[in-house]
Ligand binder design. Sequence first.
Ligand code: ATP
Ligand code: ZN
Length: 286
Amino acid sequence: MEPVLRLAVQKSGRLAERSLEFIKECGIAYSRNKAKLKTTAYNFPLELLFLRDDDIPKYVASGVADIGIIGENVLAEKEQSVELVERMGFSKCRLSVAVPQNGEYPGIQSLEGKKIATSYPNLLKNFLAKQGVTADIHEISGSVEIAPSIGLADAVCDLVSTGSTLLSNGLKEVEVIFRSEAVMIAQQNLAPEKQAILDDLLFRIKAVLRAEDYKYVLMNVPNDSIDQVVGLIPGMKSPTITPLADSGWSSLHSVIKEDDFWEVIDNLRKAGAQGILVVPIEKMIL
Ligand code: ATP
Ligand code: ZN
């Protein structure tokens, strides 16, 4: 039988959609029957298992799945022996302590002896221990943010991205204890034939991730400004330059990193570039 790599993804929830979109962007096709827990890709030796995110580290550690996509927060909380093989750059959030908006918060010492509701007891306990604080940690599995308003806890430790859920529950964020994004994990000591499939998959994932970081730009540049403009673009290799029908002008193509995007564009315009087109890149292979 041909070897197949088993990938566990979240069945439904905040990671589910982007995880599957990512697999599609890697050129892997499959069809999914929502009633079923697994499916097999048509054009890549990959089987997808749809599970609750909290269970994925355990399944990967025990070999039920070979790899998985989860939040780094879950990886850190579960303390299972698995490898982190790639940061995926989506589902960025933080795990934070929040207290009622109308209460005082003089500092972390004020959490001493307080009741804190969370789904992340290990991360919270370790964080508080480092600060020399002992609190009464109440583990609950969902709707943590309502705990203070129903008298179940004095504070919460929960995932935050914009903070709007905290706000609408009368809470304010006071301590960030962990920053998270989606990560790919793998079983330790994968069999060589599975490792080879994972290497192929990671090659594709890296091409997708890199493409997300860059934009392709095309622009018209007066010939006497070319040297100056080229100096402004930290491109992949040297940019492509072709003459335009209008003598005295050239068309220049290159890539720009998303992070420095607006600054570079501003400088290009000042240097005389015109008709700047910016195009998303689908895959980028070095
Ligand atoms: P499951 O039913 O699979 O156990 P869940 O309710 O535990 O799902 P979700 O709320 O879907 O989990 O969150 C899954 C992961 O998405 C979290 O562990 C975290 O890494 C990330 N995440 C959670 N909240 C946010 C947020 N507000 N913004 C971005 N990412 C988030
Ligand atoms: Zn979960």
